[in-house]
Design a protein around this ligand. Sequence first.
Ligand SMILES: O=C(O)CCC(=O)C(=O)O
Ligand SMILES: [Fe+2]
Length: 188
Amino acid sequence: MSMVRKLLQVLLENLGVKLEDSMIDVLVDKKMVNMNYYPTCPNPDLTVGVGRHSDMGTLTILLQDGIGGLYVKIEEDSEFGKKGEWVEIPPVPSALVINVGDMVQVLSNGKYKSAEHRVRTTSTKSRVSIPIFTMPNATAKIAPFPEVVEKDGNTLYKEFVFVDYMKNFFSNAHDGKKSLDFAKINSA
Ligand SMILES: O=C(O)CCC(=O)C(=O)O
Ligand SMILES: [Fe+2]
């Protein structure tokens, strides 16, 4: 967990936010481990391993085996000539994948984008992955850090209690980054 704490600290320091230890404690208070098993699938094109979504928490640490199938969406950005496309995150022995979760997007007032990702199955091999999701304390009040809002001159997200975000997340099917609409100000 010290790696996650350090990562969070570095990411936010980069935006001019000094994170006290007690604040980090709140933001990575809960850890949830999943063990995903994706059986071989006769027709992967007609099957969803995991539908496109972003993780709702703070940071996710993911260990995947050597099979592959995890894709992340590069967001379209016409200013930089990037078209929205799915890119595979290939398995690298001993490497961990770190996902930015929705909470980091909110806290950073959108400076860091939570990673939209999905999983495809294969017809030849089963796959295993083990994500550890870190999440704020259920009663934590989450809002963009004032230091960032001040610099940006506007706030993109309203304040909410984390458990309410979580309830909303789990009461809807995965649908890309729709989960963040819960926190958006002026989301039409
Ligand atoms: O299996 C994977 O690589 C990712 C799983 C995932 O996105 C999740 O459990 O939230
Ligand atoms: Fe995920």
